[in-house]
Design a protein around this ligand. Structure first.
Ligand code: HEC
Length: 132
């Protein structure tokens, strides 16, 4: 079976990364925690299906991706546990920097990941409902 196209898999990361921001900005901590978990799962999926991605050669994506991303994901999870926006924003910027760091390693350093200014797919409610 041929591996999925890495650029295609990256689009899912981009969506998750965007949604995570708006969930955190809304102070919807449960939704934000869910989004960062989904982002983590998406990373695991890419490592499993595209661990030898030609874009990273001679390095192995299955090694580079967890090395760069796992600490950043954990930092976001810890910040969300604090339920504080300042901590969340700092952790989010580290996460974006981690994405960009891998793009640099892969020789696509023109792909710079930043805080979004617009929510994607706004039919998902970000505002917390009572009890969240
Ligand atoms: C293992 C290294 C690596 C990590 C980690 C990584 N990327 Fe990428 N990303 C790439 C490579 C390589 C490409 C270029 C893919 C191609 O050649 O099509 C890319 C491309 C992209 C693109 C452009 C896709 C397109 O074709 O329009 C986006 C957007 C993107 N990444 C977002 C992210 C986000 C967001 C994160 C972090 C949550 C992230 N990436 C983490 C390696 C990585």
């Amino acid at each position: 079976m041929t591996a999925p196209e890495l650029g295609q898999q990256m689009l899912e990361l981009q969506i998750r990364h965007n949604r995570l921001w708006w969930a955190g900005e809304a102070g919807n901590w449960n939704l934000a925690y869910y989004m960062v978990s989904e982002l983590g799962e998406a990373l695991r999926g890419i490592e499993a299906t595209n661990g030898d991605a030609p874009e990273l050669q001679p390095q192995k994506l299955s090694e580079v991706m967890p090395r760069i991303m796992n600490p950043a994901i954990q930092t976001v999870q810890q910040a969300l546990a604090q339920r504080k926006k300042v901590a969340f924003r700092q952790a989010y910027d580290k996460l974006s920097a981690a994405c960009t760091a891998c793009h640099k390693e892969a020789g696509v350093d023109f792909l710079q990941i930043q805080r979004p200014k617009t929510p994607l797919l706004d039919n998902l409610r970000y505002a917390p409902t009572k009890g969240n």
